[in-house]
Write a protein that binds this ligand. Sequence first.
Ligand SMILES: [Zn+2]
Ligand SMILES: [Zn+2]
Length: 113
Amino acid sequence: MSPRNRHKRKAGRPKPEKLPTREEISRDVKKLKGMGAPGVNYRERSLALHGMICAKCAREFTEADRHLLTVHHIDGNDRNNPADGSNWENLCRYCHEDEHSRGILGDYLTGGD
Ligand SMILES: [Zn+2]
Ligand SMILES: [Zn+2]
């Protein structure tokens, strides 16, 4: 009796089951809590502390145009974020740009030759 030529039928391809790693889970949780980006947090904190108003031109903002209001770091170090908001200034986009271009220009002018 010759052995039957048995075709091994693949009993369904084993699906590569990808389980999320512990790291991925905690990252997702952070994303859900909105804690992943510290940059977002200090902006919200600064707006809450100083109000939705430009510190320079005193233009007031609402929920609708709050995206035009940005947070300026007074000492220019965006990693210096004290909880009391002492390094933040809420500036509208235009004043913020002005503030920075002025600083660069100022450095140019006072930087000697
Ligand atoms: Zn302004
Ligand atoms: Zn700035």
